[in-house]
Design a binder for this molecule. Structure first.
Ligand SMILES: C[S@@+](CC[C@H](N)C(=O)[O-])C[C@H]1O[C@@H](n2cnc3c(N)ncnc32)[C@H](O)[C@@H]1O
Length: 400
């Protein structure tokens, strides 16, 4: 739905059926925003993500992919799903790095926005969805079709996670912070839910606090745990991410889920609060911060830090075990970022006076390394590596 229409549709819905949950508003606003092809990228877009910094991130993810492939005992086919993969930059860079698993690889861009899936054609050689996991062959008509080995990489783009069971990796870089959340606020020792209503003169959306339904209050209590929660404190309850995790679990009976995102523990969420420059509920547009999340739905990105205790519990319920948690900076260093950056610097030092392409690429790698490990930026992203199913070897040990 176009950004211009989403505000009207939400207003109609509220007039007809009363205030809606923040998650309903959030989901519609995010879908409309990305649906128009907006989102991650440099000039002319809205915010920078790790794949959009340059190809270094994808080069290192390709190494992580080979490690996972070996942990899973070299399956063929081996599927990499880039969930919420935007315009395909990460998959393109992973494929360009030619990982050892390439011949077994089926790379699937899962992206809700049709405009971004279309844009991905510029960097990915996309096969029709029907052959996404193929090619298959059968020896005789009454035999089941078997995948043809060593026929990768096959690349495709889908709107939703594949509906079949796969062995491989589902990677989600900055997806979960875009999945719709419900909001709760501590009131008189209990929980209120933040709903979205219309102002009396219909001119804008505004918050309305109602008593939280018992199931939502239960999730809020669980997330609050032992933390000190004061009157007026708020917490985000990931609503859509729970459904998404359950879907990943059915798609991935055996494999790994990598979540890389803005995230925090309950105490951090409580002390930072939702608002202000360091708040956990933020809006972005045109490489700057936007205004209130209730303003202009569809015209700004609305993102919310992932509540880590909730995520650990939801992942465990979906059958995943946490293999490793770290920061993006440490994860990438463990995959060899420093050597690649060092080699890049040497190429720049050797060729800077000539300014040739090789030297400029070297300088770019060094700059990308700094951006990807910046402790005040992308380097602080939380990395949660999860596993599911039998036959996995040991996870990557903590860097250092
Ligand atoms: C913040 S962007 C990240 C894009 C990309 N992963 C990157 O790092 O550059 C989030 C992306 O997730 C997509 N998205 C949101 N909800 C989704 C869902 N349920 N399934 C698939 N994609 C979704 C959005 O359309 C958007 O392109």
């Amino acid at each position: 739905m176009a950004a211009a229409d989403v505000g009207r549709r939400l207003a109609d819905q509220i007039r007809r059926a009363g205030p809606i949950t923040f998650a309903e508003f959030h989901g519609a606003a995010v879908d409309a925003f990305f649906g128009e092809g907006r989102g991650a990228g440099r000039a002319g877009r809205d915010f920078i993500t790790s794949p959009e910094v340059g190809s270094l991130f994808g080069t290192l993810v390709a190494r992580a992919l080979d490690e996972a492939w070996r942990r899973l005992a070299d399956p063929d086919p081996f599927v990499l799903v880039d969930a919420g993969g935007g315009r395909g930059r990460l998959l393109a860079d992973v494929l360009r790095a030619r990982p050892a698993c390439s011949r077994a690889l089926r790379a699937v861009l899962v992206e809700r926005s049709p405009a971004l899936r279309d844009e991905a054609r510029a960097v990915l050689d996309l096969e029709p969805a029907a052959v996404a996991l193929g090619p298959f062959a059968r020896d005789a008509l009454d035999e089941p079709a078997e995948p043809i080995l060593r026929s990768g990489p096959v690349v495709t783009a889908l709107r939703d996670l594949p509906a079949v069971a796969l062995t491989g990796v589902v990677a989600a870089n900055e997806l979960l912070d875009n999945l719709a959340v419900r909001l709760v606020e501590r009131r008189d020792g209990g929980w209120a839910e933040v709903r979205v209503a219309l102002a009396h003169d219909d001119s804008r959306f505004e918050e309305l606090l109602v008593e939280a339904p018992a199931d939502l209050a239960g999730v809020a209590d669980e997330l609050a745990g032992d933390a000190v929660v004061r009157h007026g404190d708020r917490l985000p309850i990931p609503a859509a991410a729970g459904h998404w995790l359950a879907h990943v679990a059915t798609t991935l009976p055996r494999g790994e889920l990598w979540i890389i995102d803005y995230a925090d523990e309950t105490a951090g969420l409580l002390s930072r609060g939702p608002n202000g420059p360091s708040g956990w509920l933020r809006t972005y547009r045109s490489h700057g911060r936007g205004t209130s999340p209730l303003d202009a739905p569809g015209e700004q990105d609305v993102t919310c830090d992932v509540a880590l205790p909730w995520l650990r519990r939801a992942a465990a319920r979906a059958g995943f075990t946490v293999q490793h948690e770290t920061t993006q900076a440490d994860w990438l260093r463990g995959l060899g970022l420093d050597e690649l950056v060092g080699a890049g610097r040497q190429r720049w030092d050797a060729g800077a006076h000539r300014g040739d392409l090789e030297a400029i690429r070297g300088r770019s790698t060094a700059l990308e390394g700094a951006a990807l490990t910046d402790p005040a930026g992308l380097g602080a992203h939380h990395v949660m590596l999860l596993g599911r199913g039998e036959g996995r070897g040991p996870a990557r040990p903590p860097a250092g």
